[in-house]
Design a protein around this ligand. Structure first.
Ligand code: ASP
Length: 328
């Protein structure tokens, strides 16, 4: 049986053309793509529909509200489709892939996100092969999850990260693979969902030798509700730095949910391995285990946007809701 796929373009390099200010979204891109996909040999077995978000964005300009708009559009337009192919800029693609994995209930259809490092309007573009590969992946039966297809690889969306600024193998899923998402798990973890809440303010702080408490204070004073902290190695921090530790404690006591992930590309956080990690756990920092930065930031963002129940969010951050984290 033929399957129906919706291609939803959000912008990004794949759809750009050269302008005097550098590459920028091309309003004529979708028309050109339609002509290519109309060739019956391009996507055998698929009926393809097309749609576009407005405005088309370089993904460096994507904001949390855009993730929600994209999720709503996928839900609305994907109603009659068997799968969605989302075209997206590579810069924040892993954030959007992770965010969509939390925003979409994994019960309806598979979503694959791709883009390219070189615009399709240029010679040697990787765009067409990425689109064709992603469509072929959608033609097969697959779980109703969010995936990234890039450079010939299919990866679980909320496990991916961008690893190259111009190489064609731009994405990797360096930590464990993650199980398929299942319907109902996120809502089950959050008993008191309040509909209609605005997207939350979540920050990201990378630890570095010499970091001061004033940096944490400034972030908290900016109105954050959640903070992802990229710690050293297995989830360690400078516990001898009393100013820094006091500021972190003030943040937690003020109700900011602080989640530790690792600066390392491989492995995971274990706050109980070193005394310097234990000190973070003691003041209420939560372990993000092997979550990517992108998964941790977007998970925190989505959960805080669903409820004001801080202890429930803190607890849900430690649970595997969409195959984004390995609980050991
Ligand atoms: N700046 C571009 C974007 O993220 C980069 C890309 O698409 O590869 O939209």
């Amino acid at each position: 049986m033929r399957k129906s796929v919706l291609i939803l373009n959000t912008g990004g390099t794949i759809s750009m053309r050269a302008t005097e200010r550098g590459f920028a979204p091309d309003p004529d891109f979708l028309g050109r793509l339609k002509n290519i996909v109309a060739d019956p040999d391009f996507a055998p077995g698929l009926d393809v529909q097309f749609a576009e978000m407005t405005p088309l964005l370089d993904s460096s300009n994507m904001e949390p509200g855009d993730w929600r708009r994209i999720a709503d559009e996928i839900t609305r337009l994907g109603e009659k489709a068997d799968g969605v192919l989302l075209l997206h800029g590579t810069d924040t693609l892993a954030f959007t892939a992770s965010a969509l994995s939390f925003l979409l209930e994994p019960s309806r259809l598979p979503v694959i996100i791709t883009g390219s490092q070189i615009p399709m309007s240029e010679a040697d573009s990787d765009g067409l092969s990425n689109v064709q590969g992603a469509l072929a992946a959608l033609a097969e039966d697959r779980s109703r999850d969010v995936f990234v297809w890039f450079g010939g690889r299919l990866m679980k969306g909320n496990r991916t990260t961008k690893v190259h600024s111009f190489g064609l193998a731009a994405f990797d899923a360096p930590r464990m693979r993650g199980r398929d998402a299942k319907p109902g798990e996120l809502r089950a973890a959050l008993p008191n969902v309040e509909e209609g809440r605005a997207m939350a303010q979540v920050g990201l702080l990378k630890l570095y030798p010499g970091i001061s408490g004033a940096v944490v204070d400034a972030l908290v004073d900016s109105g954050l509700q959640g903070l992802v902290m990229e710690c050293y190695g297995a989830g360690n921090g400078p516990d001898l730095n009393t100013g820094f530790m006091a500021a972190l404690k003030r943040a937690v006591d003020a109700g900011v949910v602080v989640v530790a992930v690792s600066q390392c590309h491989f492995g995971s956080v274990d706050l109980y391995r070193y005394a310097t990690g234990r000190a973070l756990a003691d003041i209420g920092i939560i372990s993000g285990s092997d979550m990517t930065v992108e998964a941790a930031v977007t998970k925190l963002q989505v959960l805080l946007s669903l409820t004001s129940d801080i202890p429930a969010v803190a607890e849900a951050m430690t649970q595997d809701l969409r195959g984004e984290v390995t609980i050991t």
